[in-house]
Design a protein around this ligand. Sequence first.
Ligand SMILES: Cc1cc2nc3c(=O)[nH]c(=O)nc-3n(C[C@H](O)[C@H](O)[C@H](O)COP(=O)(O)OP(=O)(O)OC[C@H]3O[C@@H](n4cnc5c(N)ncnc54)[C@H](O)[C@@H]3O)c2cc1C
Length: 381
Amino acid sequence: MNFDLTPEQKQVRDVARDFAQAELGDKIAPFDERHEFPHAIVAKLGPLGFLGALVPEEYGGAGLDYVSYALIVEELNRGDASVGITMWAHNSLCTNHVTLFASPAQKAKWLPRLAHGEILGAWGLTEPGSGSDAAALRTRAERRDGGYVLNGSKAFITNASVGALAVVMARTDPTKGAKGISAFVVEKGTPGFSAGTPYRKLGLHASDTAELIFEDARVPADHVLGAEGQGFVQAMQVLEGGRIAMAAMAVGIAQAAVDAAVKYMKQRTAFGKTLAEFNGLQGMIAELATEVEVARLLLLRAAYLKDSGRPAMHAAAMAKVFASEAAMKAATKAVQIHGGAGYITEFPVERIFRDAKLTEIGEGTSEVQRLVIAREILKAS
Ligand SMILES: Cc1cc2nc3c(=O)[nH]c(=O)nc-3n(C[C@H](O)[C@H](O)[C@H](O)COP(=O)(O)OP(=O)(O)OC[C@H]3O[C@@H](n4cnc5c(N)ncnc54)[C@H](O)[C@@H]3O)c2cc1C
């Protein structure tokens, strides 16, 4: 067994770490405060290859493995989770769905622009009436005049208003349950297709989350990804990789919380000592750092399985549930270590605390991850 990253993986991680240190962190705080999407900062991800991380080189991407991709996601989220989730949704959900299931002609049409970062992508599965129970989705795609007409809406979609296209799951056959769902690429500018006003959220204020609305939106027949009826199965495969990346997002946020706590413990004094000299706080930071490392190992194991072409759903669910709960705990304790300073916006832990919560909800809640893990264990025993 080898725990070392390859030289290429280390290099990718270092580029992402340097970028996060130079461009994210405190620089994002004003955007977070204004609930503003940092267009200029996100635009810098394209030339670094981060917006085509998983796209094959022949379509303009970086063609990286999952371990490298996970390292980028971790480092960007360590810098800032709003930019982190923007990059995650674009890569793991939208672009990866196209990479995995589009025809060569469809890939040639959409992937180069997505991979270069000329456009951002969104991915719509969740609806106002269906989230965890995704197969209950109701957005309808009816065949008409050689194409499809979409009606319905999607809720909580990352990059919904900043994205130039979205991969959307819609029901082509209402009689077939999950097998009646198909995946479509819908481009901005399509009459009847629009994004709602971005939500005001608990955290991730500098990311874009909004509804996608379909009112007789006419989509050409050659915008279906794969065969009709395959949309739900495709979405589940997309979620496998997406959960690995959401675990990476959580590890990055957890590490950011520990970083902030350690920095503060060294500078703040009480009773004539720095906080770093108090045994109680040393124990707290040791426990958090250990949990971040466990989360990282689970993450890298899931990414390694994915790179080896082996089933990774179970490992992805374990990594995601553990890492997200470690992130929430680390953020909560980091605020505690800051005392009153942790409760005001001047210090980054306040933002990290708000951002961390999403990782326990998005891409399948912690409860859903536990269902996935238990199902596999009970099947095996
Ligand atoms: C900031 C943000 C960004 C997002 N981005 C996207 C995106 O880009 N694309 C997209 O498609 N979606 C996105 N989502 C949606 C997200 O994936 C869903 O919110 C999530 O899957 C949960 O679905 P729900 O909100 O409908 O909750 P519900 O499914 O209504 O769940 C409510 C509660 O019930 C629990 N529950 C549900 N079923 C079970 C069960 N069987 N057993 C035990 N407990 C259960 C849940 O764990 C939860 O605690 C985003 C959400 C947020 C907040």
